[in-house]
Design a binder for this molecule. Structure first.
Ligand SMILES: [Zn+2]
Length: 110
């Protein structure tokens, strides 16, 4: 799966019997979390290989009960630490290689 480095991604959350389910329109992976909508959105962002900590809640009306919407800049996660071992994906790579590329390189791509 390829995502553009710069296109923003929308993450929709809906609640189903106490579980928050995160989905990004047009993208296959989903994530669920019972802790809260933000945690579900973060779990999906991690699955998609997006940079952590860039999720923003969108305050929009008209969403059903238990539904919320988040957005992400679409920036992909990379190794921003000073260590060879990436804190995001656990693979040794540099900051010029995204975590998705590192995962594909070691054969663990989703
Ligand atoms: Zn990584």
């Amino acid at each position: 799966m390829q995502t553009d480095n710069t296109s923003p991604i929308t993450i929709n959350i809906r609640q189903n019997t106490g579980t928050y389910i995160a989905k990004a329109p047009g993208l296959k992976p989903t994530a669920s979390c019972s802790t809260g909508p933000l945690q579900a959105a973060e779990a999906l962002a991690k699955k998609l290989g997006l940079a952590p900590g860039l999720i923003q809640e969108q305050s929009i009306g008209g969403l059903g009960y238990g539904c919320s919407r988040f957005s992400h800049s679409g920036e992909l996660a990379t190794n921003t630490s000073d260590k060879a071992h990436c804190p995001n994906c656990g693979i040794c790579h540099t900051r010029t290689e995204t975590c998705n590329e590192a995962k594909a390189r070691v054969g663990g791509a989703v």
